[in-house]
Ligand binder design. Structure first.
Ligand SMILES: Cc1ncc(COP(=O)(O)O)c(C=O)c1O
Length: 383
């Protein structure tokens, strides 16, 4: 195939699924034969395997990553009236989870280099009502566990990790989802570990949190037809768990491939630094799992981002923006009282970032094409 025929989708899930399709079909058939579609055998097996992979004692599957945050915070003891600190630079579900748990989200600024929550800024937001912090391991890079634990100890807060983008990310000897009081993961199909539909899980070392989670996800029933609290229906389907059971053993290798792709991007993008275009800093090293590979354009090019995306799309290259509007400026959350200018770093990032294609199996020629087309587009638009 010549260079000019290559296409680069934003993600390509078929590359992951084709080699294991027979195993997946078999796992699905087994669930159908057993008929244990709700809270079945494959779910317990997956919960055990996922907990082990994250280095924790318990994992409880739920219907989505959003539910994992909402129910997980409740299971950790968050109640209406509590304040929970969360970065403004995140996917909106981090904030929705806090609101669904009944708490008030207190948004925080992010760091210019890593795009992760700025803990020094967060420290200024702590009040008597603050009960927890929800650090988001954004793009697959973890917020430093030692700094977080230090922060939480100083202010007597619970850490609930939003690990939706960071399956098996690792830093300072901790896995994402392995050091907070609890953590929430998403299995949205394009996540590093994705189901064939929606799904999520809460990990914890705390037995009482795990027990409460099992009740909350199942109508608030610690045992059948006995409802001790207000719960909901949010179980990870057994069929999804069966698929995830097949995929989990491949996750480390897939994450490694993401890292190799990111390394290659880093290398090829170096010349663009002269034009003030650089990748979001990786302070984690190989423990970053690159759910997304995000670059930051200079402000001039940021204002032409849509055009850049269009030009690249015309050459068969899909790009994304994660995320174009910070949470504090989303219309639905106007009632929280935030305004433009409240978090200038998050606002500037949102205007200038661009996500390049990354997925297990992306090839070197594909990455070369992305960088070449980006460089050409940037050159034509720079002036
Ligand atoms: C950072 C973050 N938190 C939470 C979620 C919510 O997960 P879900 O889409 O499974 O509800 C997502 C993904 O969509 C996410 O990226």
């Amino acid at each position: 195939m010549s260079f000019h025929q290559i296409k680069v989708p934003f993600v390509d899930l078929n590359l992951q699924h084709q080699p294991i399709q027979t195993d997946i079909n078999q796992a699905i058939s087994q669930v159908i034969e057993r008929g244990d579609f709700i809270l079945g055998q494959a779910l317990s097996e997956f919960e055990t395997a996922f907990a082990k992979a994250c280095g924790v004692k318990y994992a409880v599957g739920v219907a989505s990553g959003t539910d994992a945050i909402a129910l997980g915070l409740q299971a950790c003891g968050i109640v209406p009236g509590d304040e929970v600190i969360v970065p403004s630079n995140t996917f909106i579900a981090s904030v929705i989870g806090i609101i669904k748990a009944g708490a008030k989200p207190i948004l925080a600024e992010c760091d210019r280099q890593t795009a992760l929550i700025d803990l020094a800024a967060a420290a200024k937001l702590v009040t008597e009502k603050t009960k927890a912090i929800v650090p988001v391991h954004l793009y697959g890079q973890m917020v430093s566990p030692t700094q977080l634990v230090d922060f939480a100890d100083t202010h007597n807060l619970i850490i609930f990790e939003d690990s939706a983008q960071a399956h098996l990310a690792e830093t300072e000897g901790y896995y994402a989802g392995g050091f907070g009081k609890a953590a929430g993961f998403s299995f949205y199909p394009s996540k590093n570990l994705g189901a064939f539909g929606n799904g999520g899980i809460v990990t914890t070392n705390d037995e009482s949190v795990a027990q409460k989670m099992r009740s909350l996800r199942n109508y608030g029933a610690p045992k059948k037809y006995f409802h001790s609290e207000l719960g909901t229906n949010s179980r990870l389907d057994t069929i999804q768990a069966a698929i995830l059971n097949i995929k989990l053993p491949h996750l480390s290798a897939w994450n490694q491939q993401r890292n190799q792709a990111a390394e290659y991007y880093n290398q090829l993008l170096k010349p663009l630094k002269e034009q003030d275009i650089f990748p979001i800093t990786n302070l984690t090293g190989a423990g970053h799992v690159y759910h997304l590979y995000v670059i930051c354009l200079n402000s001039h090019l940021g204002s032409k981002r849509e055009l850049i995306q269009q030009k690249m799309a015309a050459r068969g290259i899909q790009t994304g923006i994660h995320y174009p509007i910070p949470c504090h400026l989303q219309p639905a959350y106007g009632y929280l009282g935030y305004q433009e200018g409240d978090f200038p770093i998050a606002e500037t990032l949102c205007q200038n970032i661009l996500s390049l294609p990354i997925y297990p199996g992306i090839t070197k020629p594909q990455i070369e094409l992305v960088v070449e087309e980006l460089s050409i587009t940037v050159d034509t638009l720079q002036n």
